[in-house]
Write a protein that binds this ligand. Structure first.
Ligand code: FAD
Ligand code: EPU
Length: 363
């Protein structure tokens, strides 16, 4: 199969990842339709190269050379599919900007995404780690997605159950990792606003702003944006990928041990377990605002690693390993990285073979 669209070789990804890391893709293509995507995947099969789908690049750490085809997923479109008294069903293509989808949903009187305002990146990446913020996760409104199989080029349907969402987790980070490119997502939103103000800081800010008056969805969205702007660095000013580690979950037994030694530890009960604030652990380890060369933790939020300028993926990785080691030494807790690393492990991403190659083997 010949590829009808532009494929770039040795393409710089410096502007394509929010950490601002220098990286070169062996091949790079931007696809705006399912047909273009299918052609790009066929090209990768022909070259026997792994495929790396890319959205806004806000949750990746790139090594300096990616021996792969990086496919920037740029399919556009969003629509209200149906509306009744309770529910508004919407569908968005994978290349839509997430925050613009949130604003568009509110304009269309469809509620439930307001707490997820201002999360960088695309609709297609949102299910990969089941994005979440301020007490809401994507899975709360998720109905289904369509994804193209890298192996067959066919578009398959996944409902909520088959995505097996968890905290910053889905089947696409586990059993189905590196096997699909998500092309669209369908969500069921609420026809009437049901404010979710359980996250203390959000409720407090709205109460200060509005007193006893009930907040509108736009009030909530704006409050979330303001809190985020206050706490998190803007990637257009300081390179970062949001939280660099997940908040670890520990048993009651571990929690009892920690509480004895650190009575002020910040933690939230989740069923029988506890979720620890990783930012607090890093902060208490004396690493807030820490800097080693070109990488550091953010002054206002220790969970966020920042590129002070000129850092490489390896610098970020080494710095994050130092944080993991120090937190483990102090608390006996292992922090798990949140962004996806594309470093030396690219060789492990499956490569699919074209039918021609299979036929040649058979001769
Ligand atoms: P990318 O970084 O481009 O890709 C991330 C991963 O998804 C990669 O493995 C990539 O291959 C894969 N991928 C991307 N698109 C597709 C596709 N169409 N099909 C298959 N695989 C795909 N996350 C939260 O959950 N909550 C937050 O509050 C939050 N705050 C953030 C704040 C800042 C300042 C930043 C920089 C990041 C934050 N993040 C947060 C992380 C990030 O915004 C999300 O993970 C987001 O969903 C990533 O979208 P993206 O398009 O940039 O994905
Ligand atoms: N804290 C500190 N010091 C710090 C940072 C945090 O003590 O330097 C403590 C604070 O006391 C605070 C607690 O940790 O009470 C939690 O901090 P915050 O409210 O900032 O949230 P977080 O747990 O650090 C998580 C998500 C964010 C999400 C916010 C809001 C993860 C890994 N991170 O951060 O998601 O926006 O909650 O819901 O779950 C992301 O995934 O990239 C991300 C930014």
């Amino acid at each position: 199969m010949t590829f009808p669209h532009k494929i770039y070789d040795n393409y710089s990804l410096l502007q394509k990842n929010t950490l601002g890391l220098p990286s070169t893709a062996r091949y790079y293509a931007e696809v705006g339709s399912v047909t273009e995507l299918r052609c790009a995947l066929a090209f990768a099969r022909e070259k026997h190269l792994p495929v790396i789908p890319l959205g806004g690049g806000s949750n990746v750490v790139f090594g300096e050379f990616l021996d792969a085809l990086v496919v920037h997923v740029n399919l556009k479109g969003k629509a209200v599919l149906s509306r009744d008294r309770d529910c508004v069903r919407v569908r968005a293509e994978a290349g839509e900007n997430w925050h613009e989808l949130v604003l568009w949903s509110l304009e269309n009187k469809a509620y439930g995404l307001e707490n997820l305002s201002l999360i960088p990146g695309t609709v297609g990446a949102a299910p990969i780690q089941n994005i979440g913020a301020y007490g809401v996760e994507l899975k709360d409104s998720f109905v289904s997605l369509e994804a193209m199989s890298l192996e067959s080029g066919l578009v398959e349907y996944f409902d909520r159950q088959s995505c097996d969402f968890g905290y910053r987790d889905s089947v696409f980070k586990r059993e189905k990792r590196d096997q699909y490119v998500i092309v669209s997502v369908t969500l069921d939103l609420d026809a009437t606003l049901k404010p979710n103000l359980g996250y203390g800081q959000l409720g407090d800010l709205l109460a200060r702003r509005l007193g006893n008056q009930a907040p509108s969805a736009v009030d909530i969205s704006q409050a979330v944006c303001d809190i985020r702007r206050e706490k998190l660095p803007d990637p257009s000013e300081v390179g970062n990928a949001g939280s660099f580690f997940k908040n670890p979950e520990v048993s009651q037994l571990t929690m009892d041990r920690l509480k004895q030694e650190y009575p002020n530890i910040v933690a939230y009960q989740i069923g029988r377990n506890w979720k620890l604030a990783a930012g607090w652990l890093i902060d208490q380890a004396g690493l807030k605002g820490e800097r080693k060369g070109r990488v550091g933790t953010y002054q206002k939020q220790a969970l966020v690693l920042v590129n002070h300028g000129g850092a490489t993926g390896q610098d970020v990785l080494s710095f994050s390993s130092m944080i993991q080691r120090k937190v483990n030494e102090m608390f006996g807790i292992r922090l798990e990285r949140e962004p996806r690393l594309y470093m030396d492990d690219i060789g492990k991403i499956p490569r699919h073979r074209s039918r021609d190659q299979d036929n040649q083997d058979a001769i």
